[in-house]
Ligand binder design. Structure first.
Ligand code: AP5
Length: 217
């Protein structure tokens, strides 16, 4: 299955992507994770992306699209994939459509995680991510048993630089200006499914899996 998750920052895309990709048996491809890995390794790609990410702006399409194209060409994506954080603009979506149509493998479904702005701020201000395995925690909603340590692998937890209050507000503005038009774009194609992403993580996962059952998954 070829699936895209769309939704505002903090909607729970990364959290749900872990469960849904495991359920579907397809790789999770997160552009945010790929950029962050490049930033921490100090690669040329990371150096190009860093200033945009720290400011809460989008990395330019010409950098992002080539990176995703390379990742989709890897063997494991041949059986399907879950894209988290891409596309983020209508030009990115249209380029992705062209690539997939050329390969005869169009997208099957786009899940939109719907959540309100106050909840976004609550979720992002308390997020902690494992430096080792990437698992996502929350200091109130899903705390690890020992503060600062990942229960899954014992790795160190960190707070993302772009989760500061001013940057969160700016990322929301960027979402409404540049990314939310994707909702109409995919609705017109008849492949958009809205998921109520308020409430506990397990409930949201259940709604997403129920929606995918309608596609035989
Ligand atoms: P990216 O990493 O994609 O950030 P984002 O879209 O802003 O999304 P987040 O990762 O902040 O949130 P999420 O929806 O994944 O929520 P999460 O599951 O972590 O991108 C970062 C940057 O990279 C961008 O700003 C941009 O610069 C660049 N970039 C990336 N892709 C790009 C592209 N295509 N084009 C250009 N630039 C790009 O959950 C958040 C918190 O809430 C966690 O603590 C979690 O535990 C908690 N939580 C989750 N679900 C629930 C729930 N149901 N109840 C309570 N708490 C919950």
């Amino acid at each position: 299955m070829r699936l895209v998750l769309v939704g505002p920052p903090g909607a729970g895309k990364g959290t749900q992507a872990e469960f849904i990709s495991a359920h579907l048996g397809v790789p999770k491809i997160s552009t945010g994770d790929i950029f962050r890995a490049n930033v921490s390794q100090g690669t040329p790609l990371g150096q190009q992306a860093r200033a945009y990410m720290d400011a809460g702006d989008l990395v330019p399409d010409e950098i992002t699209v080539g990176m995703v194209q390379d990742r989709l060409a890897e063997d494991d994506a041949g059986k399907g994939f879950l894209l988290d954080g891409f596309p983020r603009t209508v030009p990115q979506a249209s380029t992705l459509d062209d690539l997939l149509l050329q390969a005869g493998t169009p997208l099957d479904v786009v899940l939109e995680l719907v959540v309100d702005d106050d909840e976004v701020v609550r979720r992002l201000s308390g997020r902690r991510t494992c430096r080792n395995c990437g698992h996502i925690w929350h200091i109130d909603f899903d705390p690890p048993s020992t503060e600062g340590i990942c229960d899954s692998c014992g790795g160190e937890l960190f707070q993302r630089d772009d989760d500061k209050p001013d940057t969160i507000r700016h990322r929301l503005e960027v979402y409404y200006e540049q990314t939310s038009p994707l909702v109409g774009y995919y609705a017109e194609q008849g492949i958009l499914v809205g998921i109520d992403a308020m409430g506990p993580v397990d409930d949201v996962t259940g709604r997403a899996i129920d929606a995918l059952r309608r596609y035989g998954q």
